[in-house]
Design a protein. Structure first.
Length: 288
């Protein structure tokens, strides 16, 4: 049995669906009865629990062989993931596959939270693997769809930094491979999953223009102005905007997301999804 944390979220949901396509027995964690019913309709076994509640995780992991560990990107990452790791130890889980990241965050708050979780995983005695995507196209590009569709432009604070954006589906496929093969083969590995090329945000705008057949521009902003827009217009709170957005764009600007790897191809035998292919697949959302 493979257990998926965040089974209705961005990464967890994609991994769960891919495993079901492969015919694997999957148990998905969710908070609500409504979402549990949705998971059951997909063909998964659903369990209602909370990563903040260590006791509920111990019950949820009974009979589980493998765990895909992902948690919401906030201040509770370390506590939640340590709860799951401790429960996995008690349940006799054979393997934990943790979602990490390929972007170099250089000791910022997000990286310290994840590093604490990784150290706990390494010390647990469990077989472990990190699946570490670069920033994903769904977050970096698809969240800009309204602006691209209505104003033919999008904004950020990335400067001239390049990013090896990766499609979320590729991340799910890579994780599914690791979760269904011999755990020993992947033990203590960190697979950095990236797209096939690294581009600046201005170059992403050029790709949008080419695929959509109209001029799309990228407006680079000072970080303070970008923060103001995120809080006053995009609905982010002052408490979450740093971890949710700003620390990532700061890394982009430094060049710390200019990371490319062939790990996806080595794991799956397939080429990773290009930005052009992703834009074309979401043409309707972008106003193609």
């Amino acid at each position: 049995m493979i257990f998926i944390c965040g089974a209705t979220g961005n990464f967890g949901g994609k991994v769960l669906r891919r495993l079901l396509e492969l015919g694997e027995p999957v148990r998905g964690l969710t908070h609500s009865a409504k979402k549990a019913a949705q998971l059951e309709q997909l063909g998964a076994t659903a369990v209602i629990g909370d990563m903040d509640d260590a006791a509920s995780m111990e019950a949820a992991l009974l009979g589980v062989d493998r765990v895909f560990l992902v948690s919401p990107m906030d201040e509770a990452v370390e506590r939640r993931e340590k709860n799951v790791i401790a429960a996995a130890q008690k349940a006799g889980v054979h393997q934990v596959v943790k979602l990490h990241g390929a972007v170099r965050h250089r000791g910022d708050r997000l990286s310290t939270l994840h590093e604490a979780s990784i150290e706990a995983l390494k010390a647990s005695g469990l077989r472990w693997t990190l699946v570490s995507p670069n920033s994903v196209m769904e977050t970096a590009l698809l969240t800009q769809a309204d602006s691209i569709r209505t104003a033919n432009m999008f904004v950020g604070a990335a400067g001239d930094g390049k990013v090896g954006l990766v499609a979320g589906g590729d991340c799910a496929q890579a994780a599914a491979v690791v979760l269904t093969e011999d755990p020993e083969r992947h033990h203590a590995q960190n697979y950095e999953i990236t797209g096939p090329e690294s581009l600046t945000f201005a170059e992403f705008a050029e790709r949008f223009s080419r695929v959509l057949g109209r001029t799309i521009t990228y407006l680079d902003l000072p970080e303070d102005e970008f923060r103001r827009i995120l809080v006053e217009e995009a609905g982010f709170s002052e408490e979450t905007v740093e971890i949710d957005v700003l620390c990532h764009f700061r890394a982009y600007r430094r060049g710390d997301a200019d990371v490319l790897s062939d790990a996806y191809t080595r794991l799956t035998g397939n080429p990773s999804t290009s930005v052009d292919t992703f834009i074309a697949a979401h043409r309707e959302a972008f106003g193609g």
